[in-house]
Write a protein that binds this ligand. Structure first.
Ligand code: CP
Ligand code: NVA
Length: 305
């Protein structure tokens, strides 16, 4: 039996496949809005396991799967036997007998990999402590809708070196954009991910100075200073304050630079109201594009593109 087409990370999917998924998402978005979209996943069932909270991911996968003609099952980790120490491997084998694909939001990245190892249906990463690849597919789609091809552009991250940044860094290698990052000392992204990106042609620059990271860039991106399940690593807001995206910082980027944030935002912390509600912000287009990008991820995993 051929191995399932998992969507685990940008580093685990080829640049060609990622580009096909994005192009499908753009076409499918237009068709959906025109009321002419097909339903290639009719009769298919997606299990959605959440071991952490979610608004966007949960709703966009649920609505997306239905728009594609399929159905979904929402499974809260704490209400499953998984929450009472049934192994991920056994859970993967059992679910594979019932459903056509599994989406999981979990803590340790190893849990995702274990699910993929034992599942005989595609597994999709809906965020782990380490990465958030579906988010970056939506981010790139949003940047391209507003500013054309992302290849050759420079994106800047300022804030915590977290899961969203890790997938952005992997995206630099896959999509050919430059990635500037400014993080506080001690909040650096994972070395293995930086090395993977550099070894795969990613142009990435890491520093501790937000002004330097955003100078002349095409887009400024940030996220919460304290991610889910990282509360034990929480550092004082004074450490992160110099990395806040405010109007003054945005002035250092290109005049037409976009502002992105995966949401939920902590207004007044990593971003000011003025920026997130301002003319350069595309955060709600970005949230909408979770739906469109993930529909094409589902279609790709299930052999419909
Ligand atoms: N951006 C994102 O993944 O949001 P949720 O946590 O609401 O799913
Ligand atoms: N970095 C954040 C993203 C939330 C969508 C977290 O993991 O909590």
């Amino acid at each position: 039996m051929a191995s399932p087409k998992h969507f685990l990370d940008l580093s685990a999917t080829t640049a060609e496949d990622l580009r096909s998924i994005l192009e499908d998402a753009k076409t499918r978005k237009q068709a959906t809005k025109a009321g002419t979209a097909d339903k290639p996943l009719a009769g298919k069932m997606l299990a959605m396991i959440f071991e952490k909270p979610s608004t966007r991911t949960r709703v966009s996968f649920d609505v997306g799967m239905r728009q594609l003609g399929g159905e979904t099952l929402f499974l809260s980790g704490t209400e499953m036997q998984l929450g009472r120490a049934e192994t991920i491997g056994d859970t993967a084998k059992v679910l594979s007998r019932y459903v056509d694909a599994i989406m999981i939001r979990t803590t340790d990245h190893a849990r995702l990999l274990e699910m993929a190892e034992h599942a005989t249906v595609p597994v999709i990463n809906a965020l782990t402590d380490l990465t958030h690849p579906c988010q970056i597919m939506a981010d790139i789609m949003t940047i391209e809708e507003h500013r054309g091809p992302v290849t050759g552009k420079t994106l800047a991250w300022t804030g915590d070196g977290n899961n969203v940044l890790h997938s952005l860094v992997e995206g630099a290698a896959r999509f050919g954009y430059r990635m500037n990052m400014a993080v506080p000392l001690g909040s650096e992204p994972d070395d293995k991910i930086l090395n993977w990106a550099r070894n795969n042609g990613g142009e990435i620059m890491l520093c501790h100075d937000a002004d330097r990271a955003v100078a002349g860039v095409d887009a400024v991106i940030t996220d919460t200073w304290v991610s889910m399940n990282q509360e034990h690593k929480a550092r004082g807001h004074n450490v992160f304050q110099p990395f806040q995206v405010n109007a003054e910082l945005m002035k250092k980027a290109k005049e037409e630079a976009l502002f992105l944030h995966c949401l939920p935002a902590h207004r007044g912390e990593e971003v000011t109201d003025e920026v997130i509600d301002g003319a350069q912000s595309v955060v709600f287009d970005e949230a909408e594009n979770r739906l469109h990008a993930q529909k094409s991820i589902l279609a790709w995993c299930l052999g419909a593109i």
